[in-house]
Design a protein around this ligand. Structure first.
Ligand code: UDP
Ligand code: MG
Length: 327
């Protein structure tokens, strides 16, 4: 079913959530009907091994009886992860406002009308949910999540309490101009900010206990999440000019090593000229540390050159987002 100026696309990434899907669909359809939105729900089945895809097919059939909304589905051959699912959902979304939500009924569709209003009337590029009162395990989720969010706020400069909340709303233009990759779904607001979409808001949303199935992410999410944050920070700062990083650190190390070698050699010469006994340069530990610094400095410098060569061949080396043009 195709709509002109569809109001909302709801993207639901899912992995083994068959039991939740009919409830989620009913709930979304009810909210959409009450608010008279035209909409599509895009279920992205991330390689589920239960019967999620059969359920999605049935829901799609069911949705044909309604004229206001369609159920679409994308089915991966295997499990690629939530980021991949969102990436495909974003590519397919046609609505003016794009909503993402988890499939496990932990996010409430009742929040959608207000999120829509914030994007359309208050002009936000992105509104992120904030699960102020969470119904997850306190020790494995809630506490580490607070620490994670504090770090993310510090590194990204985006003042969100719950960066990784599954329930978010975007202006269509935003999702078409960012690329979620690897496991970067945790940092979509940062991706949006780096792409120039800086009006990022937050809305306190209801959160519910998982009714069916189990959580798909373990405690290792925090280790991976921290490493991914470092990657994004580096890509944003030096992604287009890696030599500015490697060249600087390499030069500094080389300079320190070089000065140290000169000092070690100078001291030896001074000792020789004054007929004072001094240890052989070759057994002086400072000499070895200095040489190591020089070698590492050269290697970092070379890594910078190689990174520049890689970027020179990258098709995205001249990707800039133009907002407007006067011709
Ligand atoms: N999910 C997915 N692919 C995966 C893991 C999870 O599409 O590889 C989906 C999952 O089905 C759910 C959402 O991502 O709809 C959030 O996952 P989960 O509820 O397990 O995360 P939690 O709420 O525990 O943080
Ligand atoms: Mg969940």
């Amino acid at each position: 079913m195709q709509f002109k100026n569809m109001d909302i696309s709801i993207i639901v990434p899912l992995y083994n959530e068959a039991e939740s899907l009919p409830h989620l669909y009913e709930w979304i359809a009810r909210v959409m009907k009450e608010n008279k939105f035209s909409y599509e729900i895009i279920f992205v089945n991330d390689g589920s091994i239960d019967n999620s895809w059969e359920v999605i097919s049935e829901l799609s059939e069911l949705s044909r009886q309604h004229s206001d909304g369609a159920v679409r589905g994308i089915c991966f051959r295997r499990n690629y992860g939530k980021s991949a699912a969102l990436y495909h959902g974003f590519k397919a979304a046609q609505g003016d406002v794009v909503i993402t939500m988890d499939a496990d009924l932990q996010d409430s569709p009742d929040e959608i009308p207000e999120l829509y209003r914030m994007i359309q009337e208050e002009g936000y590029d992105l509104v992120s949910g904030w699960k102020q009162k969470r119904y997850d395990n306190a020790l494995t989720k809630n506490l580490p999540s607070k620490l994670f969010n504090a770090t993310a706020r510090y590194v990204t400069g985006i003042q969100l309490h719950d960066m990784n909340c599954g329930l978010k709303a975007y202006r269509n233009e935003v999702v078409k101009n960012i690329e979620v990759f690897s496991e970067m779904h945790r940092y979509i607001p940062y991706l949006a900010k780096n792409a120039g979409f800086t009006k990022i808001g937050e809305k306190v949303v209801q959160h519910r206990k998982r009714e069916f199935g189990s959580s798909k992410f373990g405690i290792n999410r925090f280790v991976n999440g921290y490493l991914d944050l470092m990657t994004l920070w580096f890509l944003n700062k030096f992604g287009k000019q890696p030599m500015h990083f490697f060249g600087l650190v390499g030069s500094l190390m080389f300079a320190i090593g070089f000065i140290a070698v000169v000092v070690v050699g100078g001291m030896k010469l001074y000792a020789l000229s004054n007929h004072v006994s001094a240890m052989l340069v070759g057994v002086n530990p400072y000499f070895h540390i200095a040489i190591l610094m020089m070698i590492l400095g050269c290697m970092l410098f070379l890594a910078g050159f190689l990174a520049e060569l890689v970027i020179r061949n990258s098709p995205s080396r001249n990707d800039y987002l133009v907002r407007e043009e006067i011709k």
